[in-house]
Design a binder for this molecule. Structure first.
Ligand code: NAD
Length: 491
């Protein structure tokens, strides 16, 4: 029987005011997994009212106390880990092996990190002119709107709610209409861990309606948006009414460079993880493989063999390595890119189609796909966001960098080499918010995450995230009564 979830507003599960609902599908077989209340403008309004009302008490709670409640939330996530992992798998298609060993522990770890951070993040005392004391307070911004995509919904709760709540803000979050279940289930844990009503409100709904209304809302002080560059642009335009603060985590087209002195086994395995983990639905996926010409044939042969051996299957099965894409529409989009690659003169070296296994025919599966492509072709520039990687050879370091940086994006990039000097040189020259050397897609709550250029601005994680969710207030005190103001009169 399908599950039912309401909107989560002011600590309560409620229906949409107009009674609208949306169906959430299981991407493994296309059946309805749940019906969920679909937020309209009036629902977003009442969520903002609840967050505004909750702000004074939450923001004035001792930072250590806010932290303690986030630590308890981390414990509660672990205690409900199996259930959350399964729900995430059913909803997103992400294999249960990964949701159990990565998504759930990482979500708990992120809340734990920011729980610990709450009372360690300090203001400062700038050394100003003699006779004055200047101190800088870091104050919460207010009501924060958070809009998230469908690729890692549970983990993004940690990334976004963790720092926002630690800093004392209250939140209205709009999860993706495709995968809202784990976020709504998480809300059911708040009461027990002491996160008061109204501090977090969740309004699943469509971007053009609930999302756009949240972005334009005059009582929302900041929006943290994760999604495509195209939507990010409309978020910027819609946010101008009250000039709210923005943080944009957008798309990527990560270059992954394999030099001729790389440990080939590590590079083959790491590059497969870089693109095929989570079916390639990752903004930081290594979706452009650049391989030195002297090792190109051997590398590609081994990489294609590995890609072709990845076990596709029901994501609820513990030995499945790749599940379905999250929606039928997205599966079709990925397949259109395969057709485009061929049209542009590329050669499909592996995959390129839905799997032949009849057990998977009703799901949104695409085989791990490797395409030899010319670096000027569209498939080497546009984000596919699926199990689709282009592979291109290069002559030398200069050409590798030229190809790697010939993109409008700048989120993640990687390189494989044993040459220490080259590793640092290339890392410095890549136009990218994150660089991985002899690894790929490493993330940690302590390390800043974000991009440059059309991959957006602002950073998640670490101290940077706390800065994103606070305003600096500079306070001046004249401590030397003998210093006259310039208009001083003898009176
Ligand atoms: P999307 O831009 O279509 O949607 C993202 C979210 O925005 C969804 O919740 C959607 O409902 C909402 N939305 C859509 N239109 C809106 C509007 N006009 N106003 C406000 N909200 C609106 O992206 P997607 O297809 O869900 O996700 C894939 C994209 O997300 C990829 O481009 C990927 O690279 C990017 N992404 C980036 C990061 C990062 O940290 N940089 C992480 C994950 C995903």
């Amino acid at each position: 029987m399908a599950l039912h979830y309401g909107l989560f507003i002011d600590g309560t599960s409620v229906d949409a005011l107009d009674g609208a609902t949306l169906d959430v599908l299981n991407p493994h077989n296309g059946t309805v997994l749940a019906t969920v209340a679909e937020a309209g403008e009036a629902d977003v309004d009442r969520a903002v009212v609840a967050a505004t009302r909750a702000f004074p008490a939450w923001s004035s709670l001792a930072a250590s106390e806010r932290g303690r409640r986030l630590l308890r939330l981390a414990d509660a996530i672990e205690a409900h880990g199996e259930e959350l992992a399964q729900l995430e798998t059913l909803d997103t298609g992400h294999p249960v092996h990964d949701t159990t060993l990565l998504d759930v522990p990482r979500t708990a770890a992120t809340f734990r990190y920011f729980g610990g951070m709450a009372d360690k993040f300090e203001g400062n005392l700038p050394p100003v002119d003699a006779g004055f004391l200047n101190y800088v307070l870091r104050e919460p911004i207010g009501v924060v709107g958070q809009i998230v995509p469908w690729n890692f919904p549970l983990m993004f709760c940690g990334w976004k709610l963790g720092p926002a709540l630690a800093a004392g803000n209250t939140v209205v979050m709009k999860p993706s209409e495709l995968v809202p279940l784990s976020t709504l289930r998480l809300c059911e844990l708040f009461d027990d861990v002491g996160i008061p009503r109204g501090v977090v409100n969740v309004v699943p709904g469509y971007g053009a309606r609930a999302g756009a209304h949240l972005v334009a809302h005059p009582d929302v002080d900041k929006v943290s948006f994760t999604g495509s560059t195209r939507t990010g642009r409309s978020v910027v335009e819609a946010s101008t009414g009250n000039l709210k603060r923005l943080q944009l985590e957008l798309g990527g087209k990560g270059a992954n460079i394999v030099f001729d002195d790389a440990d080939l086994s590590a590079a083959v395995n790491g590059s497969a993880f870089a693109i095929f983990h989570n079916q390639g639905q990752a903004c930081i996926a290594g979706s452009r493989l650049l391989v030195h010409q002297s090792i190109y044939d051997e590398f590609v042969e081994r990489f294609v063999a590995l890609a072709s051996s990845i076990r596709l299957g029901d994501p609820m099965s513990s030995d499945t390595e790749m599940g379905p894409l999250t929606s039928a529409q997205h599966r079709d989009r990925v397949l259109e890119y395969v057709a485009l690659a061929v049209e542009e003169g590329g050669e499909v070296l592996a995959g390129g189609a839905p799997p032949k296994n009849p057990d998977l025919a009703a799901g949104y599966y695409v085989e791990p796909t490797v395409v030899r492509a010319n670096p000027t072709s569209r498939v080497c520039h546009e984000e596919v966001f699926g199990p689709f990687v282009t592979v291109t050879s290069f002559r030398d370091e200069a050409e590798a960098l030229e190809i790697a940086n010939a993109t409008d994006y700048g989120l993640g990039a990687g390189l494989w080499t044993r040459d220490l000097a080259r590793a640092h040189r290339v890392a410095g020259a890549l136009r990218s918010g994150m660089v991985w050397i002899n690894c790929y897609k490493r993330v940690h709550p302590a390390s800043p995450f974000g991009g440059v250029r059309r991959s957006g601005y602002g950073r998640e994680m670490g101290f940077d995230a706390m800065r994103e969710y606070t305003e600096a207030k500079s306070v001046w005190l004249n401590v030397d009564a003998t210093i006259p103001p310039w208009y001083s009169r003898a009176n």
